[in-house]
Each structure stands twice: as C-alpha cells, then as structure tokens.
Design a protein around this ligand. Structure first.
Ligand SMILES: [Fe+2]
Length: 200
C-alpha cells in the first residue's frame, strides 16, 4: 500500500505513519473498496461510538481499554458481545476482542483476537476523501487460525478464508453506510445515554 501526503497549503508531512504490524506468516490480505457518501471523520468516530453498536449492529461493546488520544493517534480496545435479537448476533457470539489503532483520520489498524476458536485477524482500513461529498473506504484483512498450524496447506486455506471474512466484515460495516449517507448536521443534537464526554 502506498500513502501519499497532500496538505491543503502545501506544507510537508508533520508526522509519520506507523507500518502495519503484520507477522510475515499471515497470508496475503484480501481487500474490498467502498465508495461512500461520507466524510472520513464519520468512519473514525464510528469506532469509539459505543452507543450506536446496539441499535445499528445488534451488539454491545465492552471497553477493555478506554480510548486514548496521543497527538494524531487514537488507541482503544474492546470486546464485542451480542445484544440479542439481531442478525449480527452470530458474529458477536464468539466475543471477538478488538484493538484499534487510528492514525489521523485516514488509517485504522485493527487486531481482532477470537480466543474461543484461536482466530487472529488483522485489518487495515483507509478512508480517502475523493470529492466534497464522497470518500473511498478500503478495508483489507487477513487471518490466522491456531488449529491449522504453520504449514503451506494452512497458509492456502487461511488465504482462501480471507474472502468470506471480507464479506462478513462488509456485511456488518455496511450497516453504517445508510446512517452516514442520510446524516444531517444539527447545531444542538439530542444526546443518547452514554454519549460524551463533550469537549469544547
Ligand atoms: Fe458502526
């Protein structure tokens, strides 16, 4: 993946992008591209908007490590649990643990651990504004299953599993798209339980 820096006033880069922390044993990632009526900020804010998980995704986020901001970076970790009664419940029943590292508004690295089945997933998401109203979001992922060992056949199988994995990820991620496409700016929006902290 090649990142290109562009500053509105032509200034040079003021920070460096951390490389994707991917063990060489992981198979080649498989990616999916989405063109959304959206701003990259929505994609990143969605990660720490735990309040929307139940109504939109049918899940609950159990925070393991509170969101921590350091300059242009954000880091947090949480466990996804089923809220019950929704189609996403079968995804969250495995209680995946996500560690998310955001860089700026455009790059998100996520490590997903599913201890129940010994599954390790690594994803990278990039959000690039391509017009005043649209952003291109690219999500790429790869996985490893402990029970398959480290042989060549295991590599081929996990590589083949990357496509359905991308489909499952897109299915859940896609539930956010209509929300972003129909959003409206409100000067004083109503707050839901759990919103905040509010900072000036
Ligand atoms: Fe979401």
């Amino acid at each position: 993946m090649i990142y290109v820096w562009r500053h509105a006033q032509g200034q040079p880069p003021s920070w460096e992008i951390e490389p994707w922390p991917l063990d060489a044993a992981y198979p080649t990632p498989y990616g999916k591209r989405h063109l959304l009526r959206d701003h990259p900020q929505d994609v990143v804010e969605n990660i720490v908007d735990f309040g929307h998980l139940t109504p939109v995704h049918g899940t609950v986020g159990e925070v393991l490590s509170e969101p921590r901001f350091e300059a242009e970076r954000l880091r947090t970790s949480f466990r996804i649990l089923p809220a019950g009664g929704d189609t996403a419940a079968w995804v969250s029943a495995a209680a995946p643990e996500l560690t998310v590292r955001v860089q700026g508004l455009g790059i998100v690295y996520t490590s997903i651990e599913v201890p129940k089945i010994g599954c390790h997933i690594r994803t990278v998401l990039t959000a690039t504004p391509v017009s005043p109203t649209h952003a291109e979001v690219y999500v790429s992922g790869t996985m490893w299953l402990d029970r398959l060992g480290r042989g060549r056949a295991a590599g081929a199988l996990t590589s083949a599993l990357s496509r359905p994995l991308a489909w499952v990820g897109s299915f859940d991620f896609g539930k956010d798209f209509p929300v972003w496409a129909h959003k409206t700016y409100l000067e004083r929006p109503r707050l839901a339980q759990g919103d905040g902290p509010i900072m000036n």
